[in-house]
Design a protein around this ligand. Structure first.
Ligand SMILES: C[S@@+](CC[C@H](N)C(=O)[O-])C[C@H]1O[C@@H](n2cnc3c(N)ncnc32)[C@H](O)[C@@H]1O
Ligand code: SF4
Length: 294
């Protein structure tokens, strides 16, 4: 039975696989990061509150008690004005009595537009987790990809969110700086994550999707060099209390562990993968093959 239609494509983090998704916005309010083609075919718009609430109320009563988690799409639903977002969260709470958590993507632009009080209010209405794309801690890489904010400014935004009681899942992209700045990208990203110590840190690997110009502008890392970049990153990564995951389909090596407990084990796993990779030059020298179909 279909209750409503999504504006395709819809993206969600791997860890939201069991969440019910509602689109509060269509597309991304920034949509200018040069590596990111995820919303290039959508014109950004806020959906009217009434439309979103109508969809929430379309979920049949028989299913409502099984909904524990909701993910608000699209690219940075946190951009939604706080009054409207609060109405959506209230409607979710009323419709789903077992709701434990609402989450969404949060670009730096969307976080910058919310005060600590706004964020605390949203948290009180069950917005509990923000997925935040740092992409790189390296200032030169960030400027080159047009993220729109410096690493330092993003650190301030993320601290504000955590002080308001929100959990953060920070993502970075392996290979984003190409060969040119691989080492700086790895080290600066690790330092940034160490300083914030977010609840979650996830790695993705640069893939192709509506971003040909960007890909032409870098010297891409081979599969083996991607592993070297992870090794460099994990060598400098020392957060106080963070869960590391590399479970996105783009990744060559799946990693999962908690810092500080698993730091050495995670480094060993990368070393072991590298030992095998260095013995298979064809694999090491090949470019990663994952690309998103359009
Ligand atoms: C759907 S986007 C939303 C993120 C949010 N708008 C932000 O800026 O924080 C989720 C993440 O996908 C990743 N991503 C986007 N394009 C990518 C690409 N071509 N290769 C690898 N990861 C990519 C980035 O890490 C991005 O933060
Ligand atoms: S990475 Fe996030 S902010 Fe940048 S264009 Fe993609 S969705 Fe928008």
């Amino acid at each position: 039975m279909i209750y409503f239609h999504y504006h395709e494509p819809v993206f969600r983090p791997p860890s939201e696989a069991n969440s019910l998704i509602f689109q509060a916005t269509i597309g991304c309010s920034h949509n200018r990061c040069t590596f990111c083609g995820m919303y290039k075919n959508k014109r950004f718009q806020l959906r009217p509150v009434e439309e979103v609430v109508r969809e929430i109320n379309l979920v049949p009563a028989a299913h409502r008690a099984s909904i524990r988690r909701v993910f608000l799409a699209d690219g940075d639903a946190l951009i939604y004005p706080v009054a409207g977002l609060t109405e959506i969260l209230l409607a979710l709470g009323e419709a789903f009595p077992q709701l434990t958590r609402v989450s969404c993507y949060a670009s730096p632009q969307s976080l910058a537009g919310k005060s600590s009080e706004d964020l605390a209010q949203l948290r009180d209405h069950k917005l509990r987790l923000l997925y935040f794309g740092l992409e790189s801690g390296d200032p030169i890489t960030l400027e080159a990809v047009n993220k729109g904010y410096t690493a330092q400014a993003m650190l301030g935004q993320c601290r504000k969110a955590r002080q308001a009681g929100l959990k953060l899942s920070v993502t970075a992209i392996l290979g984003l700086a190409g060969k040119q700045r691989s080492r700086q990208h790895a080290q600066a990203t690790a330092r940034w994550v160490t300083e914030l110590s977010p609840e979650y840190f996830s790695l993705l690997t640069l893939f192709s999707r509506h971003n040909d110009d960007f890909l032409r502008g870098i010297v891409p890392l081979t599969q083996g060099e991607m592993l070297e970049e992870i090794r460099e990153m994990l060598g400098h990564l020392r957060p106080e209390r963070t869960i590391l995951r590399s479970n996105h389909v783009s990744n060559l090596l799946q990693l999962a562990g908690s810092y500080p407990k698993d730091r050495q084990r995670l480094k060993n796993e990368v070393d072991e993968a590298l030992t095998y990779a260095r013995q298979d030059r064809d694999w090491y020298d090949a470019l990663p093959g994952y690309a998103e179909s359009l």
